[in-house]
Design a binder for this molecule. Structure first.
Ligand SMILES: Nc1ncnc2c1ncn2[C@@H]1O[C@H](COP(=O)(O)OP(=O)(O)O)[C@@H](O)[C@H]1O
Ligand SMILES: N[C@@H](CC(=O)OP(=O)(O)O)C(=O)O
Length: 431
C-alpha cells in the first residue's frame, strides 16, 4: 500500500539535513513511496521578500537577494555532490534564471499571480536537489512536477483543488516500479498550466491531496518535534505530547493556529480514513502522534494555542442603531472580499468585534472601507489564546495578570485576547 511522507523546510535546511533525510529514507524500503518536499529552510520567506523588492522597484536589493538564493542552493549542491555537482548545479542555475526571467514578464501583473510565479520556485529548487541526492545515495528515485499532478483554479495564493482532474493525473504516481517519487508540496497549476500555490505552509495539504487521490495507507509528516503536543513546545515549558487524537480535534487545533499542521490537511484524509502520523526526523525511536478516527482521548488533556500579531476591530453603527443581522452581513461580506478570516467574532447590541491576523496589505483596505460607514476602534499587537477542554480554574489561572480585550467561549473552546506585551517569554500550563 502507498505511503506518503512529507518533509518540511526544517528537515532539508542544508546539506547535512538532506544527507540525514537520505539516511532516514534508506530505512523505509517499502514501495510505493511518495515523498512531498517543501522549500529549504526559510526559502519561501526569502522569495516573498524578493517579490516585494521586485514590485517596489528596489532592483539592486532584488538582484542581491536573487544571487544569495542562487549561491545558497549552489553551495548546498557543491557540499553534497563535490566533484559530481555539475549536472545538478546546472539544473539549479536554470531554475534561478527562469525565475528571474519570469519576473520581467510578470512585473505588471497583479500581485497574487506574480506571487505564485515567484514563490513556488522554492519547492522546484529543493526537490531538484533532494531527488538528485537520493539517487546519488543509491535509492531509485523519480522527480515529478506537482504542476502536472495537482490541478487547481486560478485563485492565486490560495488555489482550490480540482479534485476530479487531480485524481486522474495522480493515478500513475504510485506505479510499483520501486522508485521513490519526489514531488513538490505547496504548488499546483491551473488546467492551462499556470503555476499556483495552496497557501503558506500548504505542503502538508499537498501530501494529503496525493494520499486522498491514491487512497494511501498513511501520511507521515516528519518534524523537528516528536509529534503533536497540547501546546507549542517552543512556547510552553511543560507541553505534553498527544499520542492519539481524532481528525476533529486536530482540525480544531490547526484551525485555531497550532502551526504544526496546515488546517486543510485533515479533510482529505478524514474522508478516506487515512491516518496521519506526526514524527520526528531527528529521533526515529521517539513515539509519534497519530491522528485518526478514534475520539476517545480528545478531551483528556486541555490544549492551548497562542496566535500573535492580532488586531482587534470594534465596529459600531454611527447612528445608535443595532448591530443587527443586515449590518453583520455587510461587515462579514467586506471581510470575505478582503480575503481575511476572523479568529474571534463577538457581537453586542451595538458592536461587532473582529480579531484578525495583522496582515497590513489586506487589513488597511478593509479598515478604510469600514470607516466610511461605521465607527471603528482598532487595537494592535495582541495575542489570542485559544484553549480546548479547559476548566474554570485553568482559564482563571491563564488569565490572571493579563487584561482581556475580548473573550468568547462554548462547551469545548475558550478564547481570550491579551496585549502581546503581557504574553512574552515562556508559558507554563498551570495544573
Ligand atoms: N501543538 C504543537 N505541537 C507540536 N509542535 C508545534 C505545536 N504548535 C506549534 N508547533 C511548532 O511547530 C514546529 C514544526 O512545524 P513547522 O516549523 O511548520 O515545520 P516544517 O516547516 O518543517 O513542516 C515545531 O518546531 C513547534 O515549535
Ligand atoms: N514552503 C512553503 C510551504 C510549506 O508547507 O512549507 P513548510 O512545510 O516548511 O511549512 C511555506 O513555507 O509556506
Amino acid at each position: 500500500m502507498t505511503q506518503v511522507f512529507k518533509f518540511g523546510g526544517a528537515s532539508i535546511q542544508d546539506a547535512a539535513a538532506i544527507r540525514r533525510l537520505g539516511k532516514l529514507l534508506a530505512r523505509f524500503p517499502a514501495r510505493p513511496l511518495i515523498v512531498v518536499v517543501s522549500a529549504m529552510g526559510k526559502t519561501t520567506n526569502a522569495l516573498e521578500a524578493l517579490l516585494a523588492e521586485a514590485r517596489n522597484g528596489k532592483t539592486a536589493d532584488y538582484h542581491d537577494r536573487l544571487e544569495t538564493l542562487r549561491r545558497d542552493h549552489l553551495s548546498t549542491v557543491e557540499t553534497l555532490f563535490g566533484a559530481k555537482a555539475g549536472p545538478v548545479a546546472e539544473r539549479v542555475e536554470a531554475l534561478v534564471n527562469e525565475l528571474d526571467q519570469l519576473h520581467r514578464q510578470h512585473a505588471s501583473r497583479d500581485r497574487p499571480f506574480h506571487y505564485d510565479q515567484t514563490v513556488g520556485f522554492g519547492e522546484l529548487l529543493s526537490t531538484t536537489i533532494v531527488s538528485a541526492w537520493l539517487h546519488e545515495a543509491g535509492m531509485a528515485t523519480a522527480w515529478r512536477d506537482a504542476r502536472e499532478l495537482v490541478v487547481t483554479d486560478d485563485c492565486h495564493q490560495a488555489a482550490n483543488i480540482d479534485w476530479e482532474t487531480t485524481a486522474k493525473r495522480v493515478r500513475g504516481l504510485a506505479a510499483d516500479d520501486g522508485r521513490i517519487r519526489v514531488t513538490q508540496g505547496f504548488i499546483g497549476s491551473t488546467s492551462e498550466g499556470v503555476m499556483t500555490t495552496l497557501g503558506r505552509e500548504g505542503s502538508d495539504f499537498s501530501a494529503a491531496i496525493l494520499a486522498h487521490c491514491l487512497e494511501a495507507e498513511e501520511v507521515t509528516i516528519w518534524k523537528d518535534v516528536p509529534g503533536l503536543f497540547n501546546a507549542d513546545p517552543r512556547r510552553f515549558d511543560n507541553a505534553v505530547q498527544l499520542e492519539r487524537i481524532s481528525y476533529d480535534e486536530a482540525v480544531e487545533l490547526a484551525w485555531h493556529g497550532a502551526k504544526v499542521i496546515h488546517p486543510k490537511t485533515l479533510g482529505p484524509l478524514q474522508q478516506k480514513s487515512i491516518p496521519l502520523t506526526v514524527r520526528s526526523f531527528e529521533d526515529l525511536e521517539a513515539p509519534p502522534s497519530t491522528i485518526g478516527r478514534d475520539t476517545r482521548f480528545d478531551t483528556q488533556t486541555p490544549s492551548l494555542v497562542l496566535r500573535d500579531e492580532q488586531t482587534l476591530l470594534e465596529i459600531r453603527p454611527r447612528d445608535f442603531a443595532f448591530m443587527d443581522e443586515p449590518r453583520q452581513h455587510d461587515i462579514l461580506g467586506r471581510l470575505v472580499e478582503a480575503g481575511l478570516h476572523a479568529n474571534l467574532i463577538d457581537a453586542g447590541a451595538m458592536r461587532l468585534s473582529l480579531c484578525l491576523d495583522g496582515h497590513p496589505e489586506r487589513l488597511e483596505p478593509l479598515i478604510t472601507s469600514l470607516c466610511t460607514d461605521y465607527a471603528v476602534v482598532r487595537h494592535e499587537d495582541l495575542t489570542l489564546l485559544t484553549i480546548r477542554h479547559a476548566d474554570d480554574a485553568l482559564l482563571a489561572a491563564l488569565s490572571s495578570g493579563r487584561d482581556s480585550l475580548a473573550e468568547r467561549g462554548n462547551a469545548d473552546t475558550a478564547q481570550r485576547l491579551f496585549p502581546s506585551t503581557q504574553c512574552q517569554g515562556t508559558w507554563h500550563i498551570p495544573g
